[in-house]
Design a protein around this ligand. Structure first.
Ligand code: GUN
Ligand code: FE
Length: 396
């Protein structure tokens, strides 16, 4: 039962007898908390499934920077971002933590299109003032100035908020990083970046920040590693014990991107270890390192990756169950945004309605648990017949 503003009043087994509210009957469909994609790159949407045989740094230099550079053109940005926003919401993703490109105007267009489609969350104008390409790099001054211009323009959005986004340490000078830390304090905005994704990247950090104890410590020395401000770090494939401990201490959240990590051979992140030690873990599609936008596929990919580690460890590392995978790709993200796992009174509803009649024909009548498992493994966009985001029915 929902209040008029779309927040949840109560969860009932049947329609309350005294209800005078409108009733929407979804028949035998599954009503589930929606998906949350905690790491993806909007301007990489036009390059899904490209350059997948290259390691990270070559992939960035060969394909990614060229693709992102095109978002200097606002008309192009509008066209691609309209499509991305529509594909996200119809795939049941209602909250995101997203990288834009370094272009302020395209970033504002992205935020507009997401808000129009009903996708909520954080979007970041990317900062990069070194090691980019001739067509994709800012000067330090430009980067600071444009970030301010962007932050000042974000006031008009209601459900899409800004997040500071230094691309990763190799892309940002020390001067820029300190500047971003000052903006973090002044505006009280969260931060997102990449952490310990790939061995060559980590070796590069050692050269660039010789005084840091580990990659995370380098962010910390700039004041951009949580500790009072929400901070989300993508990948954490090779985070060692000290780095994982620092993340717990500073409340840094991991966005685990299993598909991307395998596509560009970064590694298989130790999700079970992170969870066992008490680190906060969420999931990201990492479009376009990942090639799958649909979060149910990101969830099953994460489960497969965890099974790989399970087999490699002779069974010592337990794999993710379907319930755990779904929790990470849904509720864990909602919790990051201040909501709760499942449907809890007081939260704005974020839900998908899944018509699973395509695959309820099985050898025996299916339990709800079996229908849930099949839905996570098998659903396509056409099975998602309705989406609710921030209390509103945005796909029906
Ligand atoms: N590290 C820095 N930039 C990127 C990016 O665009 N994708 C991924 N996967 N890693 C990065
Ligand atoms: Fe990424």
């Amino acid at each position: 039962v929902l209040h008029d503003d779309g927040s949840i009043q109560s969860v009932e087994k049947a329609v309350p007898q005294n209800a005078d509210a409108e009733v929407i009957d979804y028949g035998d469909s599954l009503i589930m908390p929606s998906f949350v994609d905690m790491h993806l790159h909007a301007p990489q949407y036009p390059m899904l499934g490209m350059g997948m045989d290259l390691p990270l740094i070559d992939w960035l230099n060969t394909y990614t920077f060229k693709t992102e550079a095109r978002f200097e053109d606002s008309d192009y940005a509008r066209r691609i971002y309209k499509k991305l926003a529509s594909d996200l919401i119809t795939s049941g993703t209602t909250r995101v933590c997203m990288f834009s490109s370094l272009h302020t105007d395209a970033t504002l267009i992205l935020m507009e299109e997401l808000e129009k489609a009903g996708v909520t969350g954080y979007v970041g104008k990317v900062n990069m003032d070194r090691n980019g390409s001739p067509e994709l790099q800012e000067t330090t001054e430009q980067s600071k100035r444009e970030t301010l211009r962007w932050l000042d323009a974000c006031g008009r959005f209601k459900t899409v908020k800004p997040i500071l986004t230094p691309r990763f340490i190799p892309s940002c000078t020390d001067d820029l990083m300190y500047g971003l830390a000052r903006l973090q304090a002044k505006y009280g905005v969260p931060v997102q970046s990449h952490l310990s994704e790939n061995y060559s990247e980590i070796a590069w950090i050692r050269e660039l920040c010789p005084r840091s104890k580990h990659y995370g410590d380098a962010y910390e020395q700039f004041g951009l590693f949580g500790g009072g401000y929400p901070c989300i770090m993508a990948h954490c494939v090779h985070s060692d014990e000290r780095e994982r401990e620092a993340m717990r201490e500073h409340g840094v959240v991991t966005a685990h991107c299993a598909g991307s990590n395998i596509n560009i051979c970064s590694g298989v992140a130790p999700v079970r270890t992170l969870l066992r030690e008490g680190n906060l873990v969420t999931l990201g599609s990492d479009i376009a390192g990942g090639a799958l936008l649909a979060m149910n596929k990101v969830i099953t990919m994460s489960i497969r990756a965890s099974k790989f580690r399970h087999m490699q460890s002779d069974g010592k590392d337990e794999f993710l169950t379907v319930e755990e995978g779904y929790y990470l790709g849904s509720s864990a993200g909602h919790e990051y945004f201040g909501g709760h796992g499942g449907f809890v009174p007081g939260d704005y509803i974020h839900a998908i309605v899944v018509d699973d009649s395509d695959f309820t024909e099985a050898a025996h009548p299916l339990s709800v648990r079996e229908r849930f498992e099949r839905a996570i493994y098998m659903m396509h966009r056409h099975n998602i017949v309705s989406v609710w985001s921030e209390g509103k029915n945005v796909v029906c």
